[in-house]
Write a protein that binds this ligand. Structure first.
Ligand code: ATP
Length: 579
């Protein structure tokens, strides 16, 4: 329940003034309802008694009926105002909460973010926010208003009628609270289950719609449909169970009201008989007890959804995946000996990787062990090796998004950890193996690189990656792309992502198989373009293709048997290729 309390505090603090006014209006509206029924009851009883006594002609019907109209109209207007204020406050708070939740997610490290499945994550986030908007509107506000109304009604009856009648009303409130609390406690697990099943069904349906072509081809569509139907039935069962609990609680609340009304009638009758209360006044608490049901009914839905709200709040307030930022156990590696840095020393410009070691949890062999490498400004080094040999991992370490267990990365002579994030990202850019384009124009996709690029520079990078002639007939920079860059071929998508990286004007450029999906001639043109447009950049490139190895000044083979070496080790591409 603690996360739920935190969410409620967050919602309250987003607009406390609005929320307070909304809560006060809510109390006023409920009180108006109780006064309306109380006054009506008094009016009916008093006119009946006046008729019986034969003094009906002298009875003032105008003032009570004017009061009834005023209360009825005031109640409707108050309800409208209360909805405006509380919904406004809650929606503002939830808008802030969405940003807070997204920020918390984005703080996760590179690999955790890489594992994030956008569809399910978005579905969950949306469903959680929906559940949380009920926390204020369906739970906190009705409970606070109900309590306020109960106390105000008891105080009013004490003053207008008799203290014993006020005590019966308080007892009615306490008994209703017990029924509601029991409902809240017992429905905690079923409501959580129903919510989770609902979300699972939603996620499963989205996944099925996305993958329906593959599933149809592999004959798995029917099995998937059956699974979703089973999930739907599970959700129905959970919802029906919850419904039965709510119905039982409603019945309990009905009994509480009936008992309270009976006691009020009995006690009121005794007071009338003793001449301590007028008969019409004795009718007022009876009608007030009936009207209190409205306040109680408003709390009931919040109580039956408590589990779903608590579950959503727990996820929403949880820190980003724990442990993701903690480097794995450093045990497999011996303490590093000081590295030999030929020429230039540790203060030299460019990229230095010194005795880097990293093991993945659960893997038998380390991915990287004692890897040392330097890339000088203007130099291109191709990282080669078998698939799974650790090339992408080394690039991530060089980019400062993955921490090695041993060793150090230096950018222009300074350890990567000593750079502040914006300065580091201004100097270093990386083209990962998979990059994402957005729906929008080519210019909008390029603009993601940062604010400094003008149209001429954008044109120049498109030219460098041999994309300008492809895009020209479609409107060039104004060409529109669909979701995820749809409308471009795989190779064109890769080149646009590369253009975006080049626009950052990095002095350290990390490329993970930049020409994947390109024919040899285009690959060669793109690689030449990269060097032409960023002649001074230190380029480290994970390479499988001969064009990329040929392009490099030096090849640095990464293999599981021999990764150690001095910083400038590696083969010269020119000598190896006889060029
Ligand atoms: N996020 C991860 N969590 C756990 N293990 C991982 C993760 N990413 C990669 N690995 C493992 O680390 C090893 C090195 O992977 P890496 O992607 O660096 O290889 P690579 O040389 O770039 O391969 P390829 O040439 O196929 O792209 C592989 O065994 C891989 O399965």
């Amino acid at each position: 329940m603690r996360p739920l309390a935190r969410v409620l505090r967050l919602i309250w603090s987003a607009a406390p003034g609005l929320m307070l006014r909304g809560a006060l209006l809510s109390v006023a509206v409920l009180l108006a309802g109780i006064m309306l029924l109380g006054l009506s009851g008094w009016f009916i009883t008093a006119t009946g008694l006046a008729g019986l006594a034969g003094v009906g002609i002298a009875f003032d019907v105008f003032r009570p009926s004017a009061g009834i109209r005023l209360l009825a109209l005031g109640r409707a207007a108050g309800r409208y105002g209360e909805r405006l204020l509380t919904h406004d406050a809650t929606l503002r708070a939830l808008a802030g909460l969405r940003v807070t939740l997204l920020r918390a997610r984005m703080r996760a490290d590179w690999e955790t973010l890489g594992r994030l499945r956008p569809g399910p994550a978005l579905t969950r986030l949306t469903a959680d926010i929906d559940a949380l908007d009920g926390a204020a509107l369906r739970l906190a506000l009705p409970v606070a208003a109900g309590l306020g109304v109960l106390l105000a009604t008891a105080a009013g009856l004490w003053w207008l009628t008799h203290w014993s009648l006020a005590l019966i009303i308080l007892a009615q409130g306490a008994a209703a609270a017990v029924v509601l609390a029991r409902l809240g406690r017992r429905s905690l697990a079923p409501s959580m289950r129903a919510e989770r099943r609902g979300q699972a069904l939603l996620r499963g349906t989205v996944a099925m719609l996305r993958g329906q072509v593959d599933m149809a081809v592999h004959g798995g569509l029917q099995a998937r449909l059956s699974l979703l139907l089973a999930r739907g039935r599970g959700l129905e069962r959970a919802a029906a169970r919850l419904e039965r609990m709510s119905e039982r609680a409603d019945a309990g609340l009905g009994v509480v009201t009936a008992v309270a009304v009976t006691l009020l009638l009995l006690r009121g009758g005794m007071l009338v008989e003793a001449g301590r209360l007028g008969a019409a006044a004795a009718a007022v608490p009876v009608f007030a007890a009936l009207a209190l049901q409205e306040a109680v009914a408003l709390i009931r839905p919040g109580m039956s959804g408590l589990g779903a709200m608590a579950d959503a709040a727990r996820r929403a307030m949880a820190p980003p995946e724990a442990g993701a930022e903690t480097p794995p156990d450093p045990a497999p590696f011996p303490a590093p000996a000081p590295a030999v840095i030929p020429g230039g020393g540790a203060q030299g410009a460019g990229l230095v990787l010194e005795r880097i070691a990293l093991a993945r949890p659960g893997a038998d062999l380390p991915v990287l062990e004692n890897v040392s490498l330097r890339v000088a400004p203007g130099e291109t080094v191709a990282l080669t090796g078998p698939s799974g040999g650790g090339k992408s991992t080394l690039l991530l370490i060089a980019a400062g998004v993955l921490a090695p267990q041993r060793g150090e990365v230096r950018i222009d002579g300074r350890p990567v950890a000593a750079w502040d994030e914006p300065a580091l990202r201004g100097r270093l850019a990386m083209l990962p193996q998979r990059s994402q384009l957005l729906a929008g124009t080519v210019a909008e996709n390029l603009a993601l690189a940062g604010g400094h690029a003008d149209a001429a520079e954008m044109e120049a990078v498109l030219e460098a990656v041999a994309l300008a002639p492809v895009l020209a007939p479609r409107g060039g920079m104004a060409a529109r792309l669909g979701e995820g860059g749809a409308g471009l071929s795989g190779g064109e998508t890769r080149r646009l992502a590369l253009a975006r990286v080049l626009l950052r004007r990095p002095s350290i450029l990390l490329l993970d198989e930049p020409t994947e999906g390109l024919d040899p001639a285009t690959a060669a043109r793109v690689l030449d373009g990269i060097r032409r447009i960023r002649p001074a950049a230190a380029i480290l490139c994970a390479a499988h293709r001969p064009e990329e190895k040929l392009w490099a000044d030096r090849v640095f083979p990464l293999s599981s048997c021999d990764k150690a070496g001095s910083l400038d080790s590696g083969q010269s591409a020119n000598s190896r290729n006889g060029a």
